[in-house]
Design a protein around this ligand. Sequence first.
Ligand code: F6R
Ligand code: MG
Ligand code: MG
Length: 366
Amino acid sequence: MKITLSVLKADIGSIGGHIIPSKALINEVKNFVQENGKNIIIDSYISHTGDDIAILCTHERGVSDEKIHKMAWDAFIAGTAVAKEQGLYGAGQDLLKDAFSGNIKGMGPAVAEMEFEERPNEPFVFFAADKTDPGAYNLPFYLAFVDPMYCAGLILSPKMSAGFTFRIVDVEHTEKDKIIDLNAPEDIYDIAALLRDNERYVIESIYARNTGNQAASISTTRLHNIAGKYTGKDDPVALIRVQGEFPATGEVLAPFQIGHFVAGFMRGSHIGPLMPCKLNTSISYFDGPPVVTGAAFCVKEGKFTEPADVFDHPFWDYVRMQVSEKAIIIRRQGFSGAAMLPYSELEYGGIVDKLEKLDKKFTFKD
Ligand code: F6R
Ligand code: MG
Ligand code: MG
């Protein structure tokens, strides 16, 4: 059976700052999807990571389907109404446009979708990250799909021997999607040259070269490119099919033990380590640290099993301790150098105004 897996995610308001959506907001979105998705979706799963709420669903309508996108948009509008009623912080903040215009992409919410022929058993992982941007997935998914140091299947499994094709987007180009397809292993230096720049080049999708089947879909929305100014970090979602011709679940998870430094800590303007957290984790230290959660499922004829929480294991408690230490170490240097993002990536214009004023006060010696 051919199914489409869609995840649509937005920050539409949260309690106590940018921490966690309220139960009432989550229930409103859940009820809305149940009621209005009846005739178009097969199954759904509503979750939150930090201050973001995500609608994961299955259907048979293909990617970029207007009805699915409209249903999600309307669910976010309904959730926003509750956020406003409750006085939640940042109510409706990711809904950048006034009216729905056919596709939720480019309107604020993040989207990742894949259409595929279901395998007899179909495991996949749904990742959601908060306080960061889509480039946060560049390193872990590069390592999971390209590097035999992380993905043993690349040398052990004949099904994976041909490697993977990466579709990479230049997110600075906003009028049209500017993409490039590169093949691992032969193009890995080119892939690495692009993916080192997390703010500009991001992985949009990955395909198994043996079969041509899609392995991964990642949201590539950069809110500031839509709004023309910073309105909040993009907090990306990703769908990764695992096992068989794709990396094993544990191979996809392995690179997350690095807790690599990403953009998006405090006010979307600082660098912090990405912490792999349990499902439904909230936000805390310095409005962070940036977090990523993973829910693994099997899907059969579009019906989900319950989720397995991939980072809920004693191993990841140890990793979280180490990532906390990295967070404290970089925070010790406050605003200095690598700890804060460059001007082009700051969420606030204030510092630019300040520098313009100061520039007028500079004088030349002699
Ligand atoms: C991401 C997030 C942050 C905020 C940023 C701005 O989920 O919440 O990137 O957008 O901290 O915060 P305010 O709007 O309070 O200035
Ligand atoms: Mg937010
Ligand atoms: Mg968020």
